[in-house]
Design a protein around this ligand. Structure first.
Ligand code: Z15
Length: 777
């Protein structure tokens, strides 16, 4: 028995007073995790004299850590062997951990980046918030979404270390709080580099105010504590929309200020008050505008506490900060009301004004004056535009897929691009193949490694060598057997979680992502109904049996998104309850879609639904995960889909719908009412929202959805997402995939070519680009 196993036994004995055979899953989980933490302690130090990059993000959607950490430390097999010797296995940890300190793509991207940087020895640390409650847990009641709190700490937190000595204070107008960091090791594959994810927790300055307590003001004593803890209490559940809430601004300032103070303290320890090397030692990447208040805060810290003048401080800030834009959707662009900002962090506002003046001068120097400056105003109409502040003060602004960056340059941010073109650059997103293939699909991983070796685990371009196997009949058969095995595994899981039976011989068509109008789950619903009616009417006879799977959380306040969930659940009830549909078609909306569910769903997919309106999805990242796991994309020419098809070949995917240019030219002519009037297929499916086919439980949700399509939310724009414009080409494409699936060998060939060409979409490639082109690390 070696040191690791000995340590597990010792921890079980000392912490829980149990033997390995007598321990329950949670005790084993804790002991195994702690033993692993113990094994990495010596390697977890920051190397001296190197520039470090800091990833500031309000969200890190890490997913379960125990398996990935054990894998990266090379301890996964040993741990599993140990557990099996005691009648257990690492699979027993499934029910234990779940952490969801993120909403969706943006938070998961941050997690993939940390994994890739650590794997390739890039010094990158994450900085964020240690929310007490992560993204809500979703369940359905009569087809309606319900939410409950995500108490992720109920199993303890063996992967974090509280660093009392590194606590800092953060001051607001109405309170000062203590920010206490919890550090998590970010372990690269092979365990050579260990970076840090530092999450801040908000606490009162002193645990308890005994003066108040002694004066018998218990309520106030307790209230003070609660008010401090409130700041890191819960993750805002909005993805891609700005809530504009006071507490949200507090969260943003809280972690921005704490992280900067922490970095400055480190730097001062090495250099004293000489800031000339600061920008050579730190780069800060702002993940969306959420941490952008860091810019005026760094100016404030440098000028107020260290006596620099504005020009010195600004020049440092500009060299340090870089900004990533993740969306062009207007509702996501953060603008803080000046009054609100002043009431929360009045001491920061003067630095916003200084930036505004600095911008005026910079524009003047470029020959832009007077009314021409209006589109650039940082403070405009009583609101502070955070994206504008980031673009002006940072040296780099990047989009997350080629088309997205082009839209930023040509449309969304064209004024800025005109003045500072050299600041704009593209960094197409990526995903980590360690979690999204090695860990979640050991069967396909084994298949690949047997044929081309295991170099792909750290160099995904190696997958190219797999391409010849697409023409090898034995390989294709083996691939199909693996896909079937993943479907069986998913079916067992869905049976246990949802109580629904899936048939592994069906085609698995999957759309999983946050629920948003622009992602068009409603269009998918319409196409399913169209197929359903065609089957019922006997118009469609050669349909390959298909299960349509959905997973999506709606922001609790997003009424329309919740209506779409209810509608899909009604469709599922109708289709699955119809005896005519037995063996032909099934619809399942799984509850509480999260990273762990994704790890089961994605490897089982034949078809990946990526159907956003062209120009709306900045990149998408689930599209890459499906591709890597050998699914074909049924999608629009939007976000990273464009680059996926470019890599894997149009002939191996199913592209449909209007392009960005076509959407733009349809804007003035799109007439959903006319489309409904003139096309009976469209009319039939859309009318199910209002003709009593389905019940929304008397809420009026379905009528509201109908109106949103026909007349739009407000005054003039009907359906900004052009569902009915793409309806026919989508249905055609869906039937094209379905027919193609009949030829299993030809379909397997397409799938294998998708996997073989997924190399570009490794976050290893993305993070190297950030390191080289933006951070200089
Ligand atoms: C979010 O998850 C994304 C953008 C946002 O502005 C916010 Cl607030 C959250 C997503 C994009 O919608 C998606 O297209 C992209 O792949 C992802 O960020 C990562 O860049």
């Amino acid at each position: 028995m070696d040191r690791f196993e000995e340590k597990i036994g010792e921890l079980l004995r000392l912490d829980f007073g149990v033997t390995p055979d007598g321990a329950d899953a949670k005790q084993l989980y804790t002991a195994v995790s702690q033993a692993a933490m113990d094994s990495l302690r010596d390697g977890w130090k920051k190397p001296a004299g190197k520039k470090r990059a800091c990833y500031f993000s309000a969200e890190f959607l890490m997913g379960r850590l125990v398996n990935s950490n054990l894998m990266n430390l090379g301890l996964l097999e040993e741990a599993d062997r140990y557990l099996k010797a005691h009648g257990r296995s690492v699979a027993d940890f499934e029910q234990i951990e779940d952490d969801a300190l993120g909403n969706g793509g943006l938070g998961r991207l941050a997690a993939c980046f940390l994994d890739s940087a650590a794997t390739h020895g890039i010094p990158l640390d994450g900085y964020g918030i240690r929310y007490r409650y992560g993204l809500f847990r979703q369940y359905f009641e009569d087809g309606f979404q319900r939410e409950r709190a995500d108490d992720w700490l109920r199993f303890g937190d063996p992967w974090s270390v509280r660093r009392e000595e590194d606590a800092v204070e953060v001051r607001f107008a109405d309170q000062t709080v203590r920010a206490v960091p919890y550090d998590m090791p970010v372990i690269g594959y092979g365990g050579k580099t260990i970076n840090t994810l530092r999450l801040w927790q908000s606490e009162p300055l002193s645990a308890f105010d005994f003066d108040l307590f002694n004066r018998q003001e218990y309520d106030r004593a307790v209230a003070e504590k609660n008010r401090a803890e409130e700041i890191s209490y819960v993750l805002y559940p909005n993805d891609d929309t700005d809530a504009g809430k006071r507490l949200r601004l507090k969260q943003q300032y809280f972690f921005s200020s704490a992280s900067l103070q922490s970095i400055l303290r480190e730097y001062l320890g090495r250099h004293g008050e000489d800031f000339s090397a600061f920008a050579d030692e730190y780069a800060v990447q702002l993940n969306d505008t959420h941490p952008t208040v860091s810019i005026p805060e760094l100016l404030r810290l440098l000028m107020e506490e260290h006596g620099l003048c504005y020009d010195e401080a600004f020049s440092i800030a500009q060299r340090v900060f870089a900004y990533t834009n993740h969306t062009i959707m207007a509702e996501a662009l953060e603008k803080w009301d000046v009054g609100l900002f002043l009431s929360v962090i009045p001491e920061v506002y003067p630095y916003v004004v200084m930036l505004q003046n600095g911008l005026k001068q910079a524009l003047h120097n470029k020959g832009i004056n007077g009314a021409d400056q209006i589109p650039y105003y940082l403070v405009d109409d009583g609101r502070i535009h955070m994206a504008r502040m980031a673009i002006f003060a940072a040296h780099s602004t990047n989009g997350v897929a080629r088309i997205h960056t082009e839209i930023l340059k040509e449309t969304a941010l064209r004024e800025w691009y005109a003045v500072w073109p050299e600041r704009f650059n593209n960094k197409t997103n990526g995903i980590t193949q360690r979690r999204w293939l090695a860990l979640c699909n050991p069967e396909l991983s084994g298949f690949i490694t047997e044929r081309i070796g295991d170099g792909w685990i750290t160099e995904l371009d190696e997958l190219k060598k797999l391409a010849p196997y697409a023409d090898d009949e034995r390989a294709r058969e083996r691939f199909l057997a693996i896909k079937r095995e993943k479907k069986c595994q998913l079916a067992a899981y869905v049976k246990a979680r949802e109580g629904v039976e899936l048939n592994p011989d069906f085609l698995f068509d999957i759309q999983v992502k946050r629920l948003h109008e622009y992602k068009r789950q409603l269009l998918n619903a319409f196409s399913i109904l169209d197929i359903y009616f065609a089957l019922k009417d006997g118009r469609l006879t050669d349909f390959y049996p298909t299960v349509f799977l959905f997973g999506a959380k709606a922001a609790p306040g997003y009424y329309r998104a919740k209506g779409i969930i209810k509608y899909l659940n009604e469709i599922a009830k109708r289709v699955n309850g119809d005896p005519d549909m037995k063996g032909r078609m099934q619809v399942v909306f799984v509850q509480n879609y999260d990273v762990s569910y994704a790890e089961k769903l994605i490897p089982a997919a034949d078809v990946s639904e990526q159907i956003s309106t062209a120009g709306t999805e900045a990149s998408g990242t689930s599209n890459m995960k499906f591709m890597l796991n050998g699914a074909v994309t049924l999608g629009t020419l939007d976000g990273a889909n464009i680059e996926i098809v470019e890599q894997a070949g149009a002939e191996n995917n199913f592209i449909f719908g209007a392009t960005v240019e076509e959407i733009a030219s349809a804007a003035s002519t799109y007439d959903p009412k006319a489309l409904c009037r003139d096309n009976p297929r469209i009319r039939r499916v859309v009318d199910t929202l209002v003709d009593g086919t389905f019940s929304d439980g008397g809420t009026g949700m379905f009528r509201e959805l109908y109106d949103s399509l026909m007349t739009g939310a407000s005054w003039h724009r009907p359906d900004q997402y052009y569902l009915l414009l793409d309806f026919e080409s989508y249905c055609d494409a869906k039937l094209r995939v379905n027919r193609a699936y009949r030829d299993r060998a030809a379909f397997a060939r397409k799938c294998l070519l998708n996997t073989a060409n997924a190399g570009k979409f490794s976050s290893d490639r993305t993070i190297r680009e950030y390191a080289r082109e933006i951070w200089g690390v």
